[in-house]
Design a protein around this ligand. Structure first.
Ligand code: FAD
Length: 304
């Protein structure tokens, strides 16, 4: 494509980004998280989300992280929430507590059983049975923005991609207003999926979930569990770098940059980054996307 026609080069694309973090377990991880938030906040993301540990194991830490984001920054927070291991009443209380803390955006998920992805999901007695029921439950509790997941390569438990898209449609009917995809490496997979979703009459934004490959082995292993495919060309790019983290990071930045810039050329302008609580790669990729630190308003003081 002629450079002048490429939105990734001609500066005409209006890029929006959002960032996902996980709640820290240790003091050291807490410091790293807040350094990352401080670095990424000036890029003025549309929202930042904080994950909810499998089985609800991070309920308090997720809440504490989000409360601190509300108190100490100008960022727009979103809380992940799953149906796992809690009754409807307990989950409703979590949602109300978020509202009280100033969080009005929930990323609503079914979640995986405590044994991990791939094991059979059983709803908690008296709990929300599906992500669709959770979305409807949250919407009943008040004026919340609700984001849900989407699976360009289908969720491993879905029989077909069409069934998976039916689930997405049900979540939208229940009140979801945005979806974030599972990460993927072949842009064609996402673009074809987006096409099918639109043909199905689903018109909410479907943000591509981008994972910078900080550690290829780990990412490939996680991908196997979640049904995301890892192309051979990606494995080839990291081949032989097991003991060379510095080069791995450069390759990771190059791979993610290539992915997002290609998507921009395809007309995609909203991106969700799985940051893994590390800012450097994501900051560099956002810079390539043309994002610059906004001078005002600065985030309030963020102490490490
Ligand atoms: P669902 O919407 O539940 O869909 C999964 C599959 O379940 C469907 O494809 C279908 O086969 C079946 N299904 C669901 N509802 C119905 C229905 N009404 N009728 C028929 N079949 C149905 N996990 C965490 O524990 N914490 C997190 O913070 C977290 N954040 C995530 C963020 C994103 C963007 C993504 C993509 C995933 C996240 N996950 C998280 C993982 C997620 O919990 C698992 O993938 C889980 O297995 C599925 O939950 P879901 O809400 O993503 O999918």
């Amino acid at each position: 494509m002629n450079s002048a026609l490429r939105p990734s080069r001609n500066g005409k694309a209006e890029i929006h980004v959002s960032f996902e973090f996980f709640p820290p377990k240790t003091e050291e991880m807490e410091t790293s998280l807040w350094e990352s938030i401080a670095r990424l906040a000036p890029l003025d993301p549309s929202f930042v989300s904080v994950t909810y540990g499998a089985g609800g194991t991070t309920r308090e830490r997720t809440h504490a992280t989000l409360s601190r984001i509300v108190k100490e920054t100008q960022l727009k927070p979103a809380a992940h929430l799953t149906c796992v291991g809690a009754s409807r009443d307990e989950i409703d209380d979590v949602v109300r507590a978020y509202a009280q803390a100033g969080v009005r955006h929930i990323v609503a998920l079914r979640g995986d059983p405590p044994e991990g992805p791939g094991s059979m999901f059983r709803a908690h007695p008296g709990g929300y049975e599906t992500s669709t029921a959770l979305v409807a439950g949250i919407r009943r509790l008040g004026d919340f923005e609700v984001t849900v997941s989407a699976y360009p390569e289908k969720h491993p438990e879905s029989g077909t991609l069409d069934q998976d898209i039916d689930v997405l449609a049900a979540k939208v009917d229940a009140g979801a207003t945005r979806a974030i995809t599972q990460f993927f490496f072949e842009n064609e997979t996402y673009l074809k999926y987006l096409n099918r979703v639109r043909q199905r009459g689903i018109n909410i934004p479907i943000l591509p979930g981008i994972v910078p490959v900080q550690n290829f082995k780990q990412t490939a292993s996680f991908a196997r569990k979640t049904g995301a495919s890892v192309p051979q060309w990606l494995a080839d790019r990291f081949e032989g770098l097991e003991n060379d983290p510095a080069t791995r990071r450069l390759i990771a930045a190059a791979v993610a940059a290539e992915q997002v810039l290609d998507l921009v050329d395809e007309g995609i302008e909203d991106f969700h980054f799985y940051t893994m609580n590390k800012a450097d790669l994501v900051y560099a990729i956002c810079h390539l996307l043309g994002l610059r630190a906004k001078t005002a308003p600065e985030p309030k003081t963020i102490a490490a």
